[in-house]
Design a protein around this ligand. Structure first.
Ligand code: V47
Length: 379
């Protein structure tokens, strides 16, 4: 059964979309006006058709996932971002910081599925020394040498550098020597200052996020990139964010995956805002695939999207569903009702039922082969 759809005729009831479709088919780069037209149309099927044709050109029927575990060593954070329900002030109810042995024990729990990645992010702790983070990474590498460490957002890196009185480059180099293999995409939020002042006033600004990513890529660390949408930003802010990421990717080629993150307002100071809708979530996946023509992968993070929307997005531009996760905290503190983790078999079922072929990958998108007794990564 042939499940790919690029040969179906393109149809739209929105005259703005036909010329954009022609541009994509001719391999012409889309501009800000094209992206705005996507955001402003109701013809989600036409936008999805175009995004899906690009997705299938790049990845055919393959849909990637990995077997990973999240580790959040502390939720203590000086930043108090309005977007966040996870961070706590030091010594307040619910604040925690893992001793190193506790973090190693957390890493080991749920390890039975042969995890290939630890995804490590946390708050901006006012007292933890830089050495704690170096010891965390080297200790994890020593105990789990085959597991990839995808650790610390650009925001955490910039904060650690400031606290350790080191340059960002030196901070990244020391972390790399201690075992960090790549960086996750968090903390990017929306780059526009107007929005950042409202949702995450105390974080590094958009240019500093991009500069930190540039340095990471320059020293050979790949990273991801995210965009938090569905709060106080507008269409132009989202387009600006995507175009800035695309420009940096032209320069470094260091981004692997883009992950649009829908804002979950519950338990945050912005809880009066409505949740994103299915149309917004699906459309954001498609627009990301179309504007970020130099990003290899678009991830539909099931924890945030819900498994149902994430599954449908595999036909609207996404080629990756993230992983088993095991113990997600950031969205669950903000009211997410999705499960805390998902077994590999369940992820594979979701992918197959979307008519796609599941491919287990490691963090660098190399296929992982499993037998009863071993896990092999193709290099
Ligand atoms: O940076 C925080 C977001 C991010 C909320 O790189 C919220 O593979 C919604 O970056 N509602 C952290 N979002 C998660 C992240 C991530 C997730 C999965 C995969 C990867 C990857 C990265 O979560 C934060 C922020 O943008 N966030 N609070 C909230 N209330």
């Amino acid at each position: 059964m042939k499940m790919m759809s690029a040969t179906r005729p393109f149809q739209t009831d929105d005259p703005r979309l036909a010329p954009i479709h022609a541009k994509v088919m001719a391999g012409v780069r889309l501009d800000a006006d094209d992206a705005l037209a996507f955001y402003r149309t109701g013809d989600i099927l036409a936008v999805g058709w175009i995004a899906n044709s690009v997705r299938e050109r790049l990845h055919g029927n393959k849909t990637y996932f990995n077997v990973n575990r999240h580790i959040n060593p502390t939720n203590v954070c000086i930043a108090a971002c309005r977007l966040c329900a996870f961070g706590r002030k030091k010594d307040t109810a619910g604040a925690y910081t893992m001793a190193l042995e506790e973090a190693f024990a957390t890493a080991a729990s749920g390890y039975s599925e042969a995890v290939t990645e630890f995804h490590i992010v946390g708050g901006l702790h006012p007292d933890l020394p830089f050495q704690y983070f170096l010891d965390l990474c080297s200790g994890l590498k020593q105990r789990f040498p085959q597991v990839h460490l995808k650790a610390f957002t650009m925001v955490e890196i910039a904060y650690l550098a400031r606290r350790a009185k080191l340059s960002i480059r030196e901070t990244l180099e020391q972390l790399k020597r201690s075992g960090v293999d790549s960086l996750p995409g968090g903390g990017a939020e929306i780059f526009a200052d107007r929005v950042r002042h409202i949702i995450c006033d105390h974080k590094i600004d958009g240019d500093q996020w991009l500069d930190t990513a540039r340095l990471a890529h320059q020293i050979g660390l790949k990273s991801n990139a995210t965009m938090l949408y569905g709060h106080v930003e507008n269409d132009e802010d989202r387009v600006d964010h995507l175009l800035k990421l695309r420009a940096l990717q032209d320069e470094t080629g260091g981004f692997q995956t883009f992950i649009p993150l829908a804002f979950h307002p519950e338990n945050t100071p912005l809880q009066h805002l409505p949740k994103t809708t299915g149309m917004q979530d699906i459309k954001q996946i498609a627009v990301s695939r179309l504007v970020l023509d130099n990003f290899p992968h678009i991830k539909s993070y099931w924890q945030m999207m819900t498994p149902k929307i994430a599954q449908i997005s595999l036909r609207f531009g996404a080629d990756d569903m993230d992983g088993t996760v095991i113990e997600e905290k950031i969205y669950h503190d903000a009211g997410a009702t999705t499960p805390q983790g998902m077994r590999r078999e369940e992820l594979e079922r979701l992918i197959r039922e979307a008519g796609r072929e599941p491919v287990e990958r490691d963090t660098l998108y190399r296929p992982v082969t499993r037998t009863e007794t071993s896990v092999t990564v193709a290099v």
